[in-house]
Design a binder for this molecule. Structure first.
Ligand SMILES: [Zn+2]
Length: 257
């Protein structure tokens, strides 16, 4: 599952490649929109909202979500794609670039005025122009019995935290992933979430430790069974999340309580 910073960077690259250009080709390879055609329309901008991407084209918005394996890639006209064509869900062509959305979890075309149907449920966006820390705190606080890890991943509370950041936030705030929201100091938790995503939004190597070397970029994420970087205790792991949405969590039984 991509983190909000990955989606933010994808939107920046898509915007740089497409904004202001007229589409010479438009192909959505999903049954519901297979006949939609925005050829001749102008791409106004590409933005992210949490982990959702919005390509604003003509009077429409192409709404996509990367889900687990999705990615947008740009190629020069005629250049060979580096992922198989059968994975393509959206192909946007201009005079200068071919932009392909591969293995997208969501691909739908909306009228611009209907964007809220796709992203209106999201809490404040950690990397968005509407970021509002106080609102994020109050959304979290409205679910006092939820595990903090689960609440942090719930995009209705705040938008942009994925599994890496949820694990790392719990470690750095010294709270077990299962600690109820009511027992967590929410303002510093939310503040740290914003600083983490801001620190990573313009670089491709994600690091919550400040160390960009391979194997050194996280405190606990992906390190189950290995020694805590702070205290040396063996890190524990498990599964946590709402039904059908369980994710792998890792924590230090000594540093987190
Ligand atoms: Zn520790």
């Amino acid at each position: 599952m991509p983190e909000g910073d990955t989606v933010y960077k994808t939107a920046q690259l898509q915007n740089a490649a497409l904004a202001g250009a007229v589409l010479t080709g438009f192909d959505l390879r999903v049954p519901r929109f297979a006949t939609a055609d925005l050829t001749g329309e102008t791409v106004h901008e590409v933005i992210s909202r949490g982990k959702h991407l919005l390509h604003r084209i003509g009077d429409f918005t192409l709404h996509t979500h990367l889900k687990m394996e999705g990615a947008w890639r740009t190629y020069a006209p005629g250049e060979k794609w580096r992922r198989p064509a059968f994975q393509a869900r959206a192909v946007l062509t201009t005079a200068d670039v071919v932009s392909v959305g591969f293995e997208l979890g969501t691909t739908e075309l909306l009228r611009r005025e209907d964007e809220d149907a796709a992203v209106g449920h999201l809490g404040p966006d950690l990397l968005g122009p509407d970021w509002d820390a106080a609102l994020a705190v109050s959304r979290l606080a409205a679910h006092p019995d939820d595990a903090i890890y689960v609440a942090a991943l719930d995009q209705r509370n705040l938008a942009g935290v994925g599994n890496v950041y949820a694990n790392e936030l719990c470690f750095l705030r010294g709270v077990l992933p299962t600690r109820p929201v009511a027992e967590v100091e929410l303002a510093p938790f939310v503040d740290l979430a914003e600083r983490m995503l801001q620190a990573n939004k313009d670089r491709w190597v994600r690091s919550t430790t400040g160390d960009l070397r391979p194997g050194q970029t996280s405190w606990v994420y992906g390190r189950r069974g290995r020694p805590c970087r702070r205290c040396g205790t063996r890190l524990l792991g498990g599964e946590l999340g709402r039904e059908q949405q369980e994710r792998t969590v890792t924590w230090c039984p000594n540093c987190q309580s």
